[in-house]
Design a protein. Structure first.
Length: 186
């Protein structure tokens, strides 16, 4: 079933929307949650929470991309659960390292004092991602949004971990230059 058809089911308040969402996206959403939580039960619960939040928020929200909408809900839910349960002890470098890598470029150094500036930064990062090669964009999103390990990304693209690490390093450098050129303090 196509995304737009699933969204239509949500708008019709048809419970088949949940079944179709699970059929199409469960494994992807579970992977996002599991990359952060490192726990099967918590990851399943996070996916279920995502479905409930989607049901409660569509309508009035009408996402352009259902997978992006669901991914964001899942990631935010997993991060909240991690924070709430003090699970920092459970988190390994697969989660903390990507955030550390990005903190070198985008960290709160007093320059992002308002929500408006944060939204501008978010939009500029999005613009940057659409300006790079799709393969590089996919690597960046898998690493820094979905928290995939270098090993998993390398396997997905059929390259070495070193190749992925070098590519991500170059992307971060280009992102830093991009943001600096646009007046962001990085």
């Amino acid at each position: 079933m196509l995304e737009r058809d699933i969204i239509k089911l949500y708008f019709e308040r048809n419970q088949e929307a949940i079944a179709e969402t699970l059929k199409k996206y469960k494994s992807y959403l579970y992977t996002i949650a599991h990359n952060i939580l490192k726990n099967d039960e918590d990851s399943e619960e996070c996916v279920n929470d995502t479905l409930l939040k989607a049901w409660d928020s569509i309508p009035p929200n009408n996402p352009n991309s259902l997978i992006s909408y669901l991914s964001r809900i899942t990631r935010n839910g997993a991060l909240s659960k991690l924070k709430k349960e003090g699970a920092q002890k459970r988190a390994d470098n697969n989660f903390t390292l990507p955030l550390f890598e990005l903190s070198e470029i985008v960290s709160d150094k007093g320059s992002l004092e308002s929500e408006v500036e944060a939204k501008m930064l978010s939009k500029e990062i999005s613009n940057f991602l659409y300006s790079i090669l799709p393969r590089n964009r996919a690597m960046f999103v898998l690493r820094y949004f979905c928290c995939y390990s270098l090993e998993d990304i390398a396997e997905k693209f059929g390259v070495s971990q070193n190749s992925v690490a070098v590519s991500l390093s170059r992307i971060r450098l280009k992102l830093k230059e991009h943001l600096t050129e646009r007046g962001f303090e990085v």
